[in-house]
Design a protein around this ligand. Structure first.
Ligand code: URA
Length: 413
C-alpha cells in the first residue's frame, strides 16, 4: 500500500497490518512521509482508534525508528511516566528519590502537550539545564548520579519526537493508540526494567472519564508487558491541579519545596504511591509499606534534594540559583459559595496564553510565567477571597486573570 492508501484504510476503520504501520512510521521518521500525511493519519487514528495488535505494531515501529539503550549496572533501571496533567511535577520529585533507593532512573521526558505541562520545559527554567543529551551523555549522567531527566536523544524513538510535536498542534493528543505508542516507545527504547504509569483522568487530563483512563491503563500495561518491560499503572485524579503551582519555574520551586519536606500533601502522597509501587515491581523492596518508608527517608534526611541538585549540575544547571518568576497579579472571587468544579485544562491553557507553553511547533516558552492556584474543590470561599496569583507580563494580566477566574465553578453546596 502507498501512504495515501494506508491513511484511507484507517480513515475507513479498517485494521492495518504491522507492515503498513511500520511503513508509515518509518517513513515519517526518515522524512519521506510529510507532516500533512502524518497529520491525516493521526486524525484517522484519533477517530477510528486501533486494535491491540495494531497498537503493539505501532509501538514497535516507533521503537524501531531509532536505537535502543541497554544498561549493564547491577541495579534495576526504572522509570515513571504520566499520561499528562496540570501542575504535575511528580517526575522531578520522584527521580532523585528513586536514585537514592538502589535503582537507576534513566528518565526520558516530554515537553508540554496540549494544556498539560512538560517536564523538560519545567527543567529548562533552571538556567543552563540541558535537556538534549547525546546517548553517551545521558548514560554517563545516569552512571554518575543515578538519575537523569532528558529528552529522547535524536536517535531514541525519533518517530515519537516528531509525532509528539505534531499531535500537540493538530488536536490529536487524546487518542489511546497514540498515547500508548508515544509513551511506551520512548520508555522501552530507553531500556528500563520496570515502569510505572500514572494514568490521569478528569478535567485536566486527556482522558475525561475514569472509564477511559482504565482503558488506557489496561492498554499501556498489556502492550508494555508484551514488549518485554515490566509495566504497572495507577489511575489518579486530575479534576484539579496537582499541588498549587502550574507553569515552569514555579513548578520547579514547588518540587524543591516537597524535597525540603514542605510543599503540598497531594504531590508528596502521589510521589510516594507511584515510587513505592515501582520499587516493589523492580524487586528492590519486598512490599509497599517498606518501600514508602524508604522513599520518605530520602526526603527526611535531605539526600533526595542533594541528588536533585547533583542531577541538575550534571545537566549544566545550578539548582541553588533563584529562578525567574514574572510579576504576580492576584485573582479574587467575584462571589461567595463552595468551589464545585475546576476546569483544570483551562488553567493549563491560561499558562499557554501567558507564554508558558506552545501554540505551534517551535514556539519559544517563557519559563517565568505561571499560576499559584490557591483553592480546592469543596472549599468554601467568600467574595473577594484570593483564588490564585497569576505570574505574567503586565499586558497579559487582564486576560490571564480572567481566564483563571473563569476556570472555577462556584455553587451553594
Ligand atoms: N506523554 C507522552 O509522552 N505522550 C503522550 O501522548 C501523552 C503523554
Amino acid at each position: 500500500m502507498n501512504v495515501a492508501q494506508i491513511i484511507e484504510a484507517k480513515r475507513d476503520g479498517k485494521e492495518l497490518d504491522a507492515k503498513s504501520i511500520q511503513q508509515i512510521i518509518a517513513g515519517y521518521a526518515d522524512g519521506s512521509v510529510p507532516d500533512y500525511q502524518m497529520s491525516a493519519f493521526a486524525m484517522a487514528v484519533y477517530f477510528q482508534s486501533m486494535t491491540e495488535p495494531e497498537i503493539v505494531a505501532l509501538t514497535k515501529a516507533m521503537i524501531d525508528s531509532g536505537e535502543r539503550l541497554t544498561w549493564d549496572s547491577a541495579k534495576p533501571s526504572v522509570d515513571k511516566h504520566s499520561t499528562g496533567g496540570v501542575g504535575d511535577k511528580i517526575s522531578i520529585v520522584l527521580a532523585p528519590m528513586l536514585a537514592c533507593c538502589d535503582v537507576e532512573v534513566p528518565m526520558i521526558s516530554g515537553r508540554g502537550l496540549g494544556p498539560t505541562g512538560g517536564t523538560l520545559d519545567k527543567l529548562e527554567s533552571i538556567e543552563g539545564y540541558r535537556t538534549e543529551l547525546s546517548g553517551d551523555e545521558f548514560r554517563s549522567v545516569v552512571n554518575w548520579c543515578g538519575c537523569s531527566i532528558a529528552s529522547a536523544s535524536a536517535k531514541l524513538a525519533p518517530a515519537d519526537r516528531k509525532l509528539y510535536a505534531l499531535r500537540d498542534v493538530t488536536a490529536t493528543v487524546p487518542s489511546i493508540p497514540l498515547i500508548v505508542g508515544s509513551i511506551l516507545s520512548k520508555k522501552i527504547a530507553a531500556g528500563v526494567d520496570a515502569l510505572v504509569l500514572d494514568v490521569k483522568w478528569g478535567s485536566g487530563a486527556f482522558m475525561k472519564t475514569i472509564d477511559d483512563a482504565n482503558k488506557l491503563a489496561d492498554m499501556l500495561v498489556t502492550v508494555g508487558n508484551q514488549l518485554g518491560t515490566k509495566t504497572i499503572a495507577e489511575i489518579s485524579d486530575m479534576n484539579q491541579p496537582l499541588g498549587k503551582m502550574i507553569g515552569n519555574a514555579v513548578e520547579i520551586d514547588e518540587s524543591v519545596a516537597v524535597l525540603e519536606g514542605d510543599g503540598p500533601d497531594d504531590v508528596r502522597e502521589l510521589t510516594l504511591l507511584l515510587g513505592s509501587k515501582l520499587l516493589v515491581a523492580a524487586g528492590t523492596e519486598p512490599d509497599q509499606a517498606i518501600a514508602t518508608k524508604r522513599l520518605q527517608s530520602t526526603i527526611d534526611d535531605g539526600t533526595a534534594l542533594k541528588k536533585l541538585a547533583e542531577m541538575v549540575e550534571a545537566h549544566g544547571g545550578d539548582l541553588s540559583r533563584p529562578r525567574k518568576r514574572a510579576t504576580s497579579h492576584p485573582v479574587t472571587s467575584i462571589e461567595s459559595g463552595v468551589i464545585t468544579r475546576i476546569n483544570t485544562d483551562r488553567l493549563g491553557l491560561a499558562v499557554i496564553e501567558m507564554g508558558g507553553g506552545r501554540k505551534k511547533i517551535g514556539d519559544p516558552v517563557d519559563h517565568s510565567c505561571g499560576i499559584e492556584f490557591c483553592v480546592r474543590i469543596g472549599e468554601q470561599i467568600s467574595k473577594g477571597d484570593a483564588i490564585a496569583n497569576v505570574f505574567c507580563d503586565e499586558k497579559l494580566a487582564p486576560l490571564a486573570t480572567n481566564l483563571v477566574g473563569a476556570a472555577i465553578g462556584i455553587g451553594t453546596t
